[in-house]
Design a protein around this ligand. Sequence first.
Ligand code: PLP
Length: 389
Amino acid sequence: MTGTQQTTWQDQYAARMMKSAAVPYAELVRGEGCAVWGSDGTRYLDFLAGIAVNALGHAHPAFVDAVSRQAATLAHVSNYFATPPQLALAERLLRISGADRVYFGNSGAEAIEAAIKLARRTGRPRILALEASFHGRTMGSLSLTGKPALRAPFEPLLPGVEHVPATIDALEAALGPDVAALVVEPIQGEAGVIDLPPGYLEAARRLTREHGALLILDEIQTGAGRTGTWFAFQQHDILPDAVAFAKGVGGGFPIGGLLAFGEAAELFTAGQHGSTFGGNPLATATADAVLAEIERAGLLDNAARRGAQLRDALSAMPGVAEVRGRGLLIGVGLDGPHATAVFRTALDHGLIVNAPNDATIRLAPPLIVGDAEIDEFLTLFPRALEAAS
Ligand SMILES: Cc1ncc(COP(=O)(O)O)c(C=O)c1O
């Protein structure tokens, strides 16, 4: 092998991948439960779960079995045909959400695209979204995203979208007969796990109804049991018109979609929306198995209980100024703008978390997280905090 040059994975990434993302910090090769391993042999405790995706952790037997079995049975057929897994997942999602109909796509951004098209079907031109929100990177979902730095390089975006502060007064002032929908995350995940003001969702429900506008919730990050209920809205006394889902529903298999309630469920007519892969048997069989396992193993309760346990411990930790979020979607507000340093030192200590902004660490561990992993986290995280400050 003389004369061949060893290139690192970093070199390969930098040379071959589109420049839309920075070179990552590690290359991962394997996962099991709440741990993943790097190509250099390092073991990491995964308290991010692929950004709130791996609900059952890594290589869970229920996930592996569903993918393997369905791949060996019928993987894809196009949406000219129905399949049993698609219908089974539809039935399960309607049961756990209370919705009347579901649309299947492949990602969070696509779920939001479906929501935008649903809103357009009202015939009204304006859509309201919140400042600092994150709804995805496609042109439609980016139009709803309230982060100017992400939007600016791609303007002009979709016309008719307005970003309002997350206050009931601002919503009241913005609503009118030309508003098709308000799109809102029950907890703003990418903004730094920011809770909505108390009573906001209830007021949004009342006000949108008064003005004949749809209330569309983006539960892409908060759904699939992450906050301790199947969907975060179920901790409020409301029914939305539509709910966008993705991430944890597939537990690692790409899937997304839109649940619709009441009259909103009747807005699309045949041929108005679709996707080649949307609702394919491989994705839907896997998602159905993931949700069945969340139910069977009592992971909603686990998310609520472990979340409370983590919140209590974090609140008493030196260097932590504030703890936000619900269940196992946790925003750790630091006492200074050193979140990136904490993220890096955590990685050096064998712990995966992330820093959605300068002063916040986001935790979104798998819903299967147990005593051993919480103990390990409570050993590693204070060390990372201390080393970074
Ligand atoms: C609330 C929310 N909406 C939409 C998206 C976009 O989902 P995806 O990355 O699957 O397109 C995300 C992704 O982080 C999200 O957190």
